[in-house]
Design a protein around this ligand. Sequence first.
Ligand SMILES: Nc1ncnc2c1ncn2[C@@H]1O[C@H](COP(=O)(O)OP(=O)(O)O)[C@@H](O)[C@H]1O
Ligand SMILES: [Mg+2]
Length: 217
Amino acid sequence: MERLFSRDASFRRVEVIRRGAEAEIRIGEWMGRRVIVKSRVPKTYRHPDLDQSLRSSRTRNEARLIREARLSGVPTPLIYDIDLEKAEIVMEEVRGERVKDALGKAAPSEIESICREIGRLAAVLHRSGIVHGDLTTSNMIIRDGKIWLIDFSLGERNAELEELGVDLHLLKQAFLSAHSEIFHSFHIVVDSYKQHFERAGEVLKRVKEIEGRGRYT
Ligand SMILES: Nc1ncnc2c1ncn2[C@@H]1O[C@H](COP(=O)(O)OP(=O)(O)O)[C@@H](O)[C@H]1O
Ligand SMILES: [Mg+2]
């Protein structure tokens, strides 16, 4: 994607809201609107050229997946700008609550509809061969019952059965650890996944295999 306007004139960084191991998230202002800026931070332990090329390729990969997921029908933030040199993505700020926090205080009927939607979104994503790579409820934002997926930094396209299985396995593990008190609701996620993805049976079989491997190694 080409930059449409000079960044100096249109762009202003405002505040850092989160500093992760790989990326820094800021609220910024771009073309007069509040945006999220995700930058991949330099790692001094890597050779500078390698570091630059890793940061740009990961930025490109994430931006591409955010866009492709959206095209496949999964709500994701709109991408406004990409700067490969700075390893930066400027995107829509999804104003809502992390699903992780929402689930913690939701009523049973809400829990059910959230779980349904999580299963459906995983299915829609997998149907188009995309794996998210980090399907945790921290990487989902909810507003008025609609859920957006964010953080595709570990995602991949053209996923094989094994990768789909791993993706779903990680979702289950994350759900188990973050939401142990409502873990019995996870079957709703699975039912909904089955309902929306014709290869769900194969993937779930693979998840069982993956779990089995975990037990004996
Ligand atoms: N587009 C966005 N809209 C709203 N909040 C966001 C957006 N992108 C990131 N965030 C917030 O920043 C946090 C970290 O961003 P994320 O992309 O998940 O980076 P990391 O790789 O560090 O986990 C998210 O959990 C969310 O709270
Ligand atoms: Mg994240």
